[in-house]
Design a protein around this ligand. Structure first.
Ligand SMILES: Cc1cc2nc3c(=O)[nH]c(=O)nc-3n(C[C@H](O)[C@H](O)[C@H](O)COP(=O)(O)OP(=O)(O)OC[C@H]3O[C@@H](n4cnc5c(N)ncnc54)[C@H](O)[C@@H]3O)c2cc1C
Length: 510
């Protein structure tokens, strides 16, 4: 039982804070979530999300409420300096590995509404909007927060742990003196969102596009319904505020539309940069989301990365708070997420350098190189192959350790996370292996949920699309130990190998 006011305090109630509060509430952890602002930012920032995040939304019970604000992400066609197609970035084809469309576009403000309302529905979650964190201090036993509410009243609140989801200019990060490592990318871009009137939609490309034109690199995104976004690189000497003026924005968009064709939802300039926190944890305080990292939005992964942070952290925190494992487990949070964010940001930067090339000769050579890599034609790469696996931290052995375990649709179309639960799992390829009694006993001692996926329609967990079977075949294994965040701890071939992976798991805090 905590001696503090709450077990966890979440600072900042943007998408990362709201999902954190949901995960904590679902686990029965007493939680205070605060935000200095009362209202959700009414304009979209993030526009893309992926199936890992929709699976997380499903796990907290909001997927059905979010889906009305979501649409499939059209392939992004990359055009070279002469307008020629040089490559496509698309999603993996059906059958979909996670049970959801792999890449999606969404409308951020209503999705945040859904996340906030759902967070408020958990008994142990208290939400205070209009309440600002002024400073925090900690000792070995807990954290003390000084808060100021909307009426200007200050008070102290104590918590066992704090998660700082307080965004890019994080007060918590600054209070703790945690530096951001600069991964060296810094380009000014103008982001324009339009709500396009029905008839004018046909004037626009039906697919998303990157115009890798050295004169003015530009991204075009097909959002949900009539939402369309342009991200337009600003050139040296251009004043960001002057470029945000509606008259200037319509000039930039004149290639596609006129002011009669759409409502200008917003135009804001940003510096697209790549920053990652040098430390992700100081004692009992953890950074997550934009407070820990910011990356250019070229494949729409900023918020997704933040939601991966809270997904990674909270099952560990819950197990530590419940006394089910050693607090050393928490060290794996920053190790895993830090390495993952750095690797993905590196890949995003590489894509960004291709897009942002301003030298015409270098752009011509770039186009030749990319086409040559595709054997002379525009090849398709998937958004899913760009997102790396976990490569360090709480991982055992096996070729697929660190990858995301799929979510195969079972008979009746049900998804196993809903039907069979999440948590630590041992998933067996029922075509290849039958578990002997001693393995079943070991798994029970470790508290594992054992799931035998099979193609046999008579079996309990019969899959209907062959997703798990194909995954086992590709990964060269017949069993997978899967973490509560769906990342694979270890894979094995045969029962002796499985027994040793179970021993390995038993030997580490988990
Ligand atoms: C142009 C653009 C395009 C993008 N596109 C995508 C995309 O397609 N896909 C994607 O995944 N991501 C995208 N992103 C990134 C994404 O928008 C962010 O990563 C995400 O919104 C960050 O969420 P967060 O919860 O970490 O922080 P925020 O949403 O910034 O929330 C932080 C919250 O903390 C509160 N706060 C701050 N300080 C305090 C304090 N002292 N006390 C109390 N409350 C405080 C703030 O009021 C705020 O509500 C894009 C970003 C931009 C700018």
């Amino acid at each position: 039982m905590t001696r503090h006011d709450v077990q966890v305090a979440v600072i900042g109630f943007g998408p990362c804070g709201a999902v954190a509060a949901n995960l904590l509430g679902q686990a029965g952890i007493t939680t205070l979530a605060i935000d200095k602002l009362v209202d959700i930012f009414p304009k979209p920032r993030a526009i893309a999300l992926d199936h890992e995040i929709m699976r997380l939304f499903d796990n907290i019970g909001v997927a059905d409420k979010v889906l009305p604000f979501v649409a499939p992400f059209t392939a992004s066609e990359h055009h070279g300096a002469q307008g020629q197609l040089i490559r496509r970035i698309d999603m993996v084809p059906k059958p979909y590995p996670m049970g959801y469309t792999p890449s999606m576009v969404f409308s951020q403000p209503p999705v945040e509404e859904v996340l906030r309302a759902h967070a408020a529905s958990w008994d142990g979650v208290q939400i205070e909007l209009g309440t600002e964190l002024l400073e925090l201090s900690q000792d070995e036993a807990g954290v003390t927060l000084r808060l100021r509410d909307g009426a200007g009243v200050e008070r102290a609140v104590t918590a066992d742990y704090v998660i700082a989801c307080d965004g890019a200019s994080s007060l918590v990060r600054q209070n703790l003196g945690i530096a951001l490592d600069d991964l060296v990318f810094d380009e000014p871009w103008l982001v324009v969102d339009l709500l396009v009137h029905g008839a004018a939609l046909s004037k626009l490309p039906s697919k998303s596009a990157q115009y890798c034109e050295p004169a003015r690199p530009t991204t075009y995104l097909v959002g949900p319904n009539n939402h369309r976004r342009w991200e337009i690189m600003l050139l040296p000497g251009e004043d960001r505020f002057a470029m945000e003026a509606p008259g200037r924005v319509w000039q930039l968009l004149s290639r596609w539309l006129t002011p009669e064709d759409a409502t200008l939802w917003r135009a804001n300039s940003y510096r697209f940069h790549a920053l990652v926190a040098h430390e992700w944890r100081r004692g009992r305080v953890f950074l997550a989301g934009d407070s820990a990292h910011q990356q250019p939005p070229f494949i729409g992964q900023g918020m997704c990365q933040g939601l991966r942070d809270v997904s990674n952290l909270i099952w560990k925190l819950v197990r530590v708070i419940e006394g089910k494992t050693d607090p050393a487990l928490l060290d794996s949070y920053g190790e895993e997420r830090g390495a993952h964010v750095r690797e993905l940001t590196g890949r995003i930067k590489t894509i960004g350098h291709v897009i942002c090339e301003r030298d015409p000769e270098a752009a011509r050579l770039r186009d030749e190189r990319i086409l040559a890599e595709g054997g002379g034609v525009a090849r398709t790469i998937t958004r899913q192959e760009i997102v790396p696996p976990l490569r360090c931290g709480l991982l055992g052995e096996g070729a697929a350790a660190g990858t995301l375990f799929p979510q195969p649709r079972l008979l009746g179309g049900v998804l196993p996370d809903q039907a069979r639960g999440t948590g630590w799992r041992l998933v067996i390829d029922g075509r290849q292996i039958v578990l002997p009694g001693e393995i079943v006993a070991k798994a029970a001692l470790l508290g594992l949920n054992v799931i035998t996926v099979s193609a046999d329609p008579a079996s309990r967990d019969a899959e209907i699309e062959g997703v798990a079977g194909a995954w086992f075949d590709r990964s060269g294994c017949d069993a997978a130990l899967v973490r509560p965040d769906h990342y694979v701890f270890a894979t094995s071939v045969g029962t002796a190998d499985l027994a040793s992976q179970l021993d390995r798991l038993a030997a580490v805090p988990h």
